[in-house]
Design a protein around this ligand. Sequence first.
Ligand code: PLP
Length: 402
Amino acid sequence: MSTRPRISARISAISESATLAVDAKAKAMKAAGRPVIGFGAGEPDFPTPGYIVEAAIEAARQPRFHKYTPAGGLPELKQAVADKTRRDSGYAVEPSQVLITNGGKQAVYEAFATLLDPGDEVLVVAPYWTTYPEAIKLAGGVQVDVVADESTGYLASVERLEAARTERTKVVLFVSPSNPTGAVYSREDTLAIGRWAAEHGLWVVTDEIYEHLVYGDAEFTSIATAVPELGDRVVILNGVAKTYAMTGWRVGWLIGPADVVKAATNLQSHATSNVSNVAQMAALAAVSGDLSAVGEMRTAFDRRRQTMVRMLNEIPGVFCPEPKGAFYAYPSVKELIGKELRGRRPQTSSELAELILEQAEVAVVPGEAFGTPGYFRLSYALGDDDLVEGVSRMAKLLAEAR
Ligand SMILES: Cc1ncc(COP(=O)(O)O)c(C=O)c1O
């Protein structure tokens, strides 16, 4: 019998997606008849707009879309993504600088796989979205955390980034609006971080998937456009999932210099080939249409955001800075850790989240999933009534903590 491990070390090191796991557990409890309210999901609760669905139906009828198409994406979609990027961010790119991917997630994987050699360091602001560490690790890269907490609204500064930079640093990951915190960098801070990266010859990988979900006086700033000094060392990750309520369609993209895009396309040509043509044609209708659908979603999200933050901050032991973008709130629950609650004494935010799921039938994602224990992530992409009921149940339970 071989003593070789059954699973490779590289793949064994990958953790299950904690956000999907919480969502799955909540859905399973719901299916078993329990009235669970889930704050775990990272997806809009709206259906995809009708004109986008119609474009997909029309595409499915065309025999040319029943066949393989270019691995890097349909030429008309690449052109439309280039046009959309110029329209929304003022960033000028050629279709040869666009790679259409299987969701934003594949763009994340391919960006790091294409840029990193073993040992290359990536500066990542924590709390961070759960997928980045796994993608960096798989590429052989080394993640260096730059922790930002609620005292700065989860925003990192040039000083903090500079303190973490070494001669091995190749990439800084810039995510604004952020998942999980909803933090949005001001134009000034974006400029400062971009210029600092340019000065040190760093690459910037920027995830712009929440670009259209900003609230109040917050503004989205594309670091690629704002800091021309970065030259061609910028890779933009984006997709249709959040803007057009299209999480299930699996279309994203990566924009970068032509050599990076060519190399990433080579990788994709062996891994997955072209993204489903039907989904690409739906994405084409989405990015070349107007932004009225996301405008309506934004109004609903903004209302829910304000309700959620107010209700969370009324719970003793919970503190939630105001999120400015995306659809997540990221309260600190540090003061509740170690307190007695229904005969138990949760020692971590993970244990506290489990207790809340059991006792209040409310699912939240613990901060452990995002590199910062002591917090919860709650998505407000759910109906207003469920939101109020869910946070009320949590508040009622947590009020018993002694
Ligand atoms: C910050 C961020 N980037 C990228 C993605 C990827 O989205 P998708 O793969 O559904 O396009 C997500 C999804 O949760 C996200 O939150």
